[in-house]
Design a protein. Structure first.
Length: 178
């Protein structure tokens, strides 16, 4: 079995010249990342002031943020449509740029945008948190990670409040069991 593996596209359609493959593995980050600079700015503010409540969408306003998200989703959808058009199974997991945040304070950002990305695409197979058989192989999917799900370095652990650290650890343990 021959696989084409393509990922971390961030809204840029891949130029695929090789056509002799049986399936595609695409490990996320389909959507473009225009809000990146604002996300990092909000993160910098929270590092300077742990009590900061500033979110990236506060920096640009929710109207502009929504337009950015919709454009990002459109870019991601076009990539998935391109991959779907090859007529072979496309095994995917969501990347951290594929609009999956469930813990946002903003209702629009909490919506399951990722589900809309894949809706109606017949060759797309979401393997996130699943084990599936692919010929003589098994594929295990785990996406949406932008780094360690739980802090790895002592300095990171010490910089967090105990309650936040406990919440993060509980979430990590729960996801690990899935």
């Amino acid at each position: 079995m021959k696989f084409l593996i393509v990922g971390d596209l961030h809204g840029s359609k891949p130029n695929i010249y090789y056509k002799d493959f049986d399936a595609i593995i695409a490990p996320g980050d389909f959507c473009s990342d225009a809000p990146r600079q604002y996300m990092f700015e909000a993160m910098r503010q929270s590092l300077k002031d742990p009590d900061s409540k500033t979110e990236w969408y506060d920096l640009v306003g929710k109207k502009t943020a929504k337009q950015m998200i919709l454009k990002s989703l459109k870019d991601g959808r076009e990539i998935l449509e391109q991959l779907d058009a090859y007529g072979v199974p496309v095994y995917i997991v969501p990347g951290n740029w594929d609009w999956t945040p469930k813990d946002s304070k903003w209702n629009f950002q909490r919506l399951n945008h990722y589900k809309k990305l894949t809706k109606g695409l017949k060759n797309i197979v979401d393997v996130h948190n699943r084990i599936i058989d692919v010929g003589e192989y098994q594929m295990i999917g785990h996406g949406i990670s932008s780094g360690p799900e739980y802090p790895q370095y002592q300095e990171d652990i010490e910089s967090m409040k105990p309650k936040a650290l406990k919440k993060m650890k509980n979430k990590y343990v729960k996801e690990k069991k899935q």
